[in-house]
Design a protein around this ligand. Structure first.
Ligand code: PLP
Length: 396
């Protein structure tokens, strides 16, 4: 008899977004005139940049002409895009080779797929709270995961703990859900720790483009030694609005050698066997992101979201509410008012201010008592929501 992968039965059912949707629906049914503002949205809302659309259209035309038509492309991505990513990283001091860059259909798939090249016995360290994909992809394979506490005391930026052994370490900066960003000194500690115990860091930099503070690292490869211990996952989803278009990239440096084996070679073998590349037209669209005009246009969109984040952060500052993020990140992670739990605060905001956010408890036990707001909404709604929050707080 065929047996299923019973590890899937060990996954915790995620009711987070379905519960939020149900609560909003119920509230709206009873309060037909309520204008609910959604600040829980984790998806971009602005369209692709004009330069990206131009390149996408031209690539479609290429496919219609026998002389420019493309069939299968290289599994690891076209050279033009790998070179563009290399130059982008080089522009802020992270020196890479094109052969270290692998183009994919997004960071989520690669974060899951990378586990193919690691032995099942590895000890995995995951911060809590965290982007749920890190945990669930390991559970699906039957791995136990150890959590490291991310909390108010460490500013939701945990540092290595010598007493917790680890072989695979997940880090996400700027962080989803907390918006907290590691400093150079903190990342140096992680890199040194990984080098010392021969661990690999899986560094998720999906929100790197929201960092404007020049002192904060955008890539782990800005840290000395990281090219011997870290794999980085990045994406155009939140940088250039590719959440529906799908394009990411994973960097596996040649310096990553474990048990005498190059991880770059293993990953190449994995990709050439199990993946047939990202569509040519999407890679051409992505190439436009890295041109001067493309960068100018996507920066304008990022600045729009960053301004929303600033408005939220400024409001919380004025109300004396504790939070992380909001300055170099599209996420703002705040402490629920008056000791409420995450869900009590969700209900309170929905009922009293018609504002929707995401309960922190949905991202892990340490998220209890916290709440995530995002900057991906539109400006008018963000301003209106913050006015409502001020009125609510001043009334309380
Ligand atoms: N990593 C983090 C931390 C995310 O928050 C997300 C998406 O929300 C992803 C990765 C997934 O990115 P992609 O759209 O490239 O799959």
């Amino acid at each position: 008899m065929m047996k299923i992968n019973s590890n899937y039965l060990n996954l915790e059912e995620s009711y987070l977004f379905s519960t939020i949707a149900r609560k909003i629906e119920e509230y709206q049914k009873e309060n037909k005139d309520a204008k609910i503002i959604r600040l829980g949205i984790g998806d971009v809302t602005l369209p692709l940049a004009e330069e990206v659309i131009r390149s996408l259209h031209k690539a479609v035309d290429d496919m219609a002409d026998k002389s420019t038509f493309k069939g299968y492309g290289p599994e690891q991505g076209y050279g033009f895009l790998r070179d563009a990513v290399r130059d982008y990283y080089g522009s802020y001091g992270a020196k890479l080779e094109s052969t270290e860059i692998f183009i994919s259909d997004g960071a989520k798939s690669d974060l899951a797929n990378i586990l193919d090249i690691f032995h099942i016995d590895n000890r995995v360290l995951v911060p809590n709270p965290v982007y749920p994909v890190y945990l669930d992809t390991n559970i699906m394979l039957g791995r136990n995961v150890t959590f490291i506490d991310s909390n108010m005391e460490n500013g939701f930026l945990p540092l290595p703990d010598e007493s917790i052994p680890a072989d695979i370490i997940y880090l996400c900066s700027p962080n989803n859900p907390t918006g907290a960003v590691y400093t150079r000194e903190a990342l140096e500690k992680w890199v040194n720790y990984a080098l010392k115990c021969n661990a690999v860091i899986l560094f998720d930099s999906a929100y790197e483009s929201y960092i404007v503070d020049k002192d904060l690292p955008r890539s782990i490869y800005e840290i000395e030694g990281a090219k011997s211990c870290a794999i980085e996952f990045n994406s155009l989803s939140k940088t250039a609005g590719f959440t529906g278009t799908r394009l990411g990239y994973t960097i596996v440096p040649h310096g990553l050698v474990f048990e005498g084996v190059s991880l770059n070679k293993l990953w190449l073998r994995r990709q050439t066997t199990k993946f047939n590349g990202v569509p040519y037209v999407i890679q051409k669209a992505a190439e436009a992101v890295f041109t001067e005009e493309g960068q100018r246009e996507i920066r304008a969109n990022i600045e729009y979201y960053r301004e929303n984040a600033r408005i939220i952060a400024e409001t919380l500052d004025s109300l004396g509410v504790w939070y992380t993020g909001g300055k170099n990140s599209p996420y703002i992670w705040l402490k629920a008012f008056d000791g409420m739990t995450s869900w009590e605060f969700f209900d309170y905001l929905l009922r009293e201010a018609n504002i929707v956010g995401t309960p922190g408890a949905g991202f892990g036990a340490n998220g209890e008592g916290f709440f995530r707001l995002t900057a991906f909404g539109n400006r008018e709604n963000t301003i209106e929501a913050m006015e409502r929050l001020k009125r609510l707080r001043n009334k309380a």
